[in-house]
Design a protein around this ligand. Sequence first.
Ligand code: FES
Length: 112
Amino acid sequence: MKWYKVLGLVYMEGTFIKKVKVGGKSICLVGFEGKLYAVSAKCPHAGADLSEGLCVRKLIVCPYHRYTYNLETGKGGEGQNDFIETYPVEVRDDGVYVGVNTLWDKLKSGFK
Ligand code: FES
């Protein structure tokens, strides 16, 4: 896994959703109830930008058709049968970092 510093982000408390680009991926950084989450910014249903959605009870809600995804697991709501990628996120002394699996990481995990 490779860790990328999120450029141009000042970590803030409170609830927010911000789309950032890290490791070539569009990711939503979500602050909710004192925790920071990183999830894919693209809704798997029809491609909406999840950063334009909202947060409710540890769920990100898609702005198009209101599908929901768990911020910790990425699992879609009941009956959706889908998910979004989740990424580890850390607040360090010099900024916010997001961990993205490399192609090699993905290949290795395929052989476990
Ligand atoms: S595009 Fe997100 S729920 Fe349809």
